[in-house]
Design a protein around this ligand. Structure first.
Ligand code: PYC
Length: 321
């Protein structure tokens, strides 16, 4: 905290912004909440319980945008990890974030805290090894991903019935193989409306992830626009923003379903196109509990900033829920 001329406390927060195929990541480098130590899920819970307005201040309007994912850089708990991170968005906290991991690695390199080569990042859902390549691209090995339920029928009021898979890719997904609406960015509003209705129908039907976890990401698939890619997706995130990138955790969940169906062989490449046309190059490596997704993409730094959080500003912590 520092003090302005009239001695009002103002919190100063250092951030580095980047985007991964159009999807923004804001890494908190200094000035974040003090969460103590211990496993990352415990620190994430302390973040949620005691500092949620910091989350809102960082990623929602007037400082953030609806698609923005925040990444609180912190010390790892896992002894094999060099860094820890807690991802958050306009609605709450994410288990993992693929585009955010790519953004974080590029940010750490930008800050001189990482050179080309391997590192490991501790997350609330487990350690994620990552590699910064000499050409600036980033590969990460996501947590083990798996399909939990196949071909689940769902009645979506206003849209009719559909069928989808429940899968884990570091977040919980409901994946619909064939989108009823063409996957074009100028259809984003219609696609968002459909995905919201699907998510609500899942909640009403008590279709969840493990332990009753809400399925908060909806992923629609369709044909790729470019012939070198395998498929295109549209992913609606928990706070109703759609992922501008191909979604790293969504690509992981998708590959887990394809492998389970015998439509993708372990060890072969899967080029996932996002709704803006950006691509993540995926590969499903074997894992005892599903697959170990390996995903490569690129991120670009868009800014370095010092944010001022002023208690006198009635909307400085975002619009209250
Ligand atoms: O890339 O995994 C991802 C992601 C999750 C939410 C937004 N992006």
């Amino acid at each position: 905290m520092t003090a302005t001329a009239d001695r009002t406390p103002v919190r100063r927060v250092q951030v580095v912004d980047s985007h991964t195929e159009g999807e923004p990541t804001r890494v908190v480098v200094r000035g974040g909440p003090e969460l103590g130590d211990g496993p990352l899920p415990d620190r994430r819970d302390r973040f949620r319980a005691g500092h949620d307005r910091f989350r809102r201040a960082l990623v929602t309007e007037p400082r953030g945008t609806e698609g923005m994912v925040g990444a609180l850089l912190c010390a790892p708990h896992d002894p094999a990890s060099a860094f820890g991170v807690i991802f958050f968005d306009n609605a709450g906290y994410l288990g993992m974030c693929g585009h955010g991991t790519i953004g974080l690695v590029v940010t750490l390199a930008h800050l001189g805290r990482l050179t080309a080569g391997r590192t490991t990042i501790d997350t609330p859902v487990g350690p994620v090894p990552a590699e910064l390549h000499a050409d600036g691209t980033v590969t990460f090995w996501n947590v083990a991903s798996f399909r939990r339920r196949a071909a689940v029928p769902l009645d979506v009021p206003g849209f009719g019935s559909t069928v989808g898979d429940v899968a884990w890719g570091g977040n919980w997904f409901f994946l619909i193989d064939s989108s009823p609406v063409a996957l074009r960015v100028d259809h984003a509003e219609t696609l968002t409306g459909y995905c919201r209705a699907v998510r609500a129908a899942l909640a009403r039907s008590a279709i969840t992830g493990d332990g009753g976890a809400p399925i908060d990401h909806i992923e629609l698939s369709g044909p790729a626009e470019r012939s070198e890619n395998d498929a295109r997706n549209f992913v609606l995130c928990p706070g109703d923003a759609y992922d501008r990138s191909p979604c790293g955790t969504g690509t992981s969940a998708k590959m887990a379903c394809l492998v389970a169906d015998g439509r993708l062989k372990e060890g072969t490449s899967w080029r996932q196109e996002g709704i803006l046309g950006g691509v993540f190059e995926g590969r499903a490596d074997p894992s005892p509990s599903g697959i170990r997704p390996r995903i490569t993409g690129v991120a670009h730094i868009t800014g370095e900033a010092e944010l001022l959080l002023d208690d006198r500003d009635p909307l400085g912590y975002g619009v209250p829920p």
